[in-house]
Design a protein around this ligand. Structure first.
Ligand code: GLA
Length: 346
């Protein structure tokens, strides 16, 4: 019932083979960056709240090499096309859609004065796409890490995450907060990434106890943040703050929300209630399950269940059975411990 996470070493070897088969190139630089799951704090990273994601044991791997030209040739295991980018120019958005994550990150390096030389690259992923597990942040962070290898330079981790966030804003047109890119860039084995989104400071919190497991269940309901729903939701919170005349959501209390309920109007008042309660929220325990919820941006995607390890298989089986009964859909369920964030693979 529980899916096995593919081994990163195997992914790296397969990416290298893919590069050779598709582009006849030999990998000299390989970068890996993970997806993320969030335990608590949804839709409050752009409201100065606290969020607690971690990097999962599912990665996007980019294997490649310099090609001695001023062009990038990029291909992905799931798509047949080879995308060619002219690196002598500042990157702009283009097609196919997935290439925009790479274009946006390359542009971030170009804007910092880096001359990005020609390269060949092959992309391989074990992060399920459209599952709310931040495959886009993983692709951005893997690209940034790959470019660090190519340019033989290292960005400050925070700057790298912010560069990737800007790529998402400008090239994928999703006005996301900082959570996903921070989780993918700062993630560490056995550590949750607690982020104070007001100060922008991540704190690594130990999650080592083997008695606890995090189950991730992909509902198979495709999650899409670039269709306007996410942007509308973010706009509601900005409108709410104006009505409440507060500088930050961290200064808003539930009384403020109740006192302005009608003035805020629907749905801004409901968004306001969510933001304030989510910032303050604690979770309770029941029957092997310590807490369960949707994770990430919503609009489809995955759920996250913090549970006792000895009951993990049983809980996964029940989840799967009940979800199938209710919807007719078979979910994909796997467990993940906090894993290493974006890094170059030796
Ligand atoms: C998406 C965004 C994040 C965050 C979550 C919701 O994953 O990229 O910045 O807003 O949704 O918590």
């Amino acid at each position: 019932m529980l899916q096995i996470n593919p081994d990163l070493t195997d992914l790296v070897a397969d990416a290298s083979t893919g590069l050779f088969n598709r582009l006849q190139s030999k990998a000299t630089i390989t970068a890996a960056a993970p997806g993320r799951v969030n335990l608590i704090g949804e839709h409050i990273d752009y409201c100065d709240g606290f969020v607690m994601p971690f990097a999962i044991d599912r990665y996007i791997v980019i294997a490649g090499c310099a090609n001695g030209t001023s062009q990038a040739r990029i291909t992905d295991h799931t798509f047949p096309e080879v995308v060619t980018l002219d690196l002598s120019q500042p990157q702009e958005t283009g097609t196919p859609k997935w290439s925009n994550y790479l274009r946006g990150v390359i542009r971030g390096f170009q804007d910092r004065g880096h001359h990005v030389p020609g390269f060949d690259a092959f992309i391989l992923s074990s992060v399920p796409g459209g599952a709310g597990l931040s495959s886009s942040a993983a692709l951005e962070c893997a690209t940034a890490t790959f470019l660090e290898g190519l340019l033989d330079t290292r960005l400050d981790t925070r700057e790298k995450a912010l560069l990737c966030q800007k790529a998402e804003h400008d090239f994928a047109h999703v006005p996301c907060g900082i959570m996903d890119q921070f989780a993918s860039a700062f993630g560490k084995v056995n550590r949750l990434v607690l982020i104070d989104c007001q100060s922008g400071e991540p704190e690594l919190v130990p999650f080592e106890n083997p008695d606890f497991t995090v189950l991730i269940s992909n509902t198979m309901v495709h999650h899409e943040l670039s269709d306007g729903g996410y942007a509308a939701r973010r706009k509601h919170t900005e409108d709410g703050l104006i009505v409440l005349r507060k500088p930050s959501w961290r200064d808003v209390t539930m009384d403020d929300v109740q006192n302005h309920w009608h003035e805020l109007g629907n749905p801004v008042n409901r968004r306001a209630r969510h933001v304030v309660s989510e910032i303050a929220r604690t979770i309770g325990r029941a029957g092997g399950v310590i807490g369960a919820r949707m994770t990430g941006g919503g609009f489809g995607g995955s759920t996250v269940t913090l549970c006792e390890s000895r009951q993990a298989s049983e809980i996964a089986a029940t989840l799967s059975k009940e979800y199938q009964k209710a919807t007719g859909i078979t979910p994909q369920i796997f467990a993940s411990r906090p894993s290493q964030g974006a890094h170059l693979v030796k």
